[in-house]
Design a protein around this ligand. Structure first.
Ligand SMILES: [Fe+2]
Length: 282
């Protein structure tokens, strides 16, 4: 095995080279990659122009594939593979309405939210369209002891779309909406592998804090969100064709950017992996 690991910054993220993800990974490689994933939270594999079945095989190194929620944006032959395409995006005042354009963690209203999301870049615009990540483990670590004590035991209700969401979500069919759960999630979660605590935030879906007034709950969410999205917690991924990136939804938040030329074509495959019910950090 010829794997090379380059850490992206001192907090999180690692770029892995020397692997050919078109080939099945052996047990030792799988174990090493999963350990790296639990530690670094975002793994970047460059120069891996994978076909959809190869992308599925590569993502399965890290877990089992999960259904895509928005059925109109999946590959007809591979329904577990979603696609993010500029051709599917509505426009408002000439600007593309990109999904995921504020920091969030995917499907936080699921009873067991996806442990990971992965994208594989098929076509990329000449500039813009980066994906940003912030490390919500380090953001938690940097809170004061008093703040950590306050947050312990607090839970938030996560719904499909918060009444104070900064963005609007894709409209789902009544059948799909009926399947959408509303869930209480801990405000501080414990990573199932590393045991590290992390803030669990999603302003698009959080509907206040249990036991607090709406205004107090949303004020606390906003304060934590402002804290966790500071530049010192960020890695900004500039896509190249053939990049596969996988991130841990229990350790980072991510956001998309609509800052590219809407006439240019941007197309990525997307996979999510099943996760377990979130555990509080007590
Ligand atoms: Fe997302």
């Amino acid at each position: 095995m010829n794997m090379t690991i380059r850490t992206i910054n001192e907090i999180f993220g690692a770029e892995i080279s020397g692997l050919d993800l078109t080939q099945p990974a052996g047990d030792a490689t799988r174990a090493e990659l999963n350990a790296l994933f639990a530690k670094h939270a975002v793994l970047v594999f460059r120069d891996q122009p994978l076909t959809p079945p190869q992308f599925m095989q590569a993502a399965e190194i890290f877990g089992s594939l999960m259904d895509q929620q928005i059925k109109q944006f999946v590959l007809p032959d591979y329904p577990l593979v979603g696609c993010n395409s500029t051709k599917d995006l509505p426009r408002k005042n000439g600007k593309l309405q990109v999904r995921g354009e504020n920091y969030h963690t995917d499907h936080s209203n699921d009873i067991a939210p996806p442990k990971a999301t992965s994208l594989m870049a098929v076509q990329i615009p000449s500039y813009g369209g980066d994906t940003q990540f912030v490390d919500v483990r380090r953001a938690y670590d940097d809170l004061s002891d008093a703040q950590k004590t306050t947050l312990k035991n607090l839970r938030s209700k996560h719904v499909h779309e918060s009444s104070r969401s900064p963005r609007s979500f894709s409209k789902l069919s009544p059948e799909d909406m009926a399947k959408i759960p509303h869930t209480e999630q801990p405000l501080v979660i414990k990573h199932p592998i590393s045991g590290r605590p992390a803030l669990y935030l999603n302003t698009g879906r959080m509907e206040g804090i249990e036991g607090m007034s709406a205004d107090d709950g949303f004020a606390l969410i906003d304060e934590l969100y402002q804290h966790a999205t500071q530049p010192q917690y960020e890695y900004r991924h500039q896509w190249r064709v053939g990049d596969m990136v996988i991130w841990d939804n229990r350790s980072v938040m991510h956001q998309a950017n609509a800052d590219y030329d809407p006439e240019e074509y941007r197309y990525l495959y997307r996979i999510m992996l099943h996760g377990d019910k979130l555990q509080p950090f007590l």
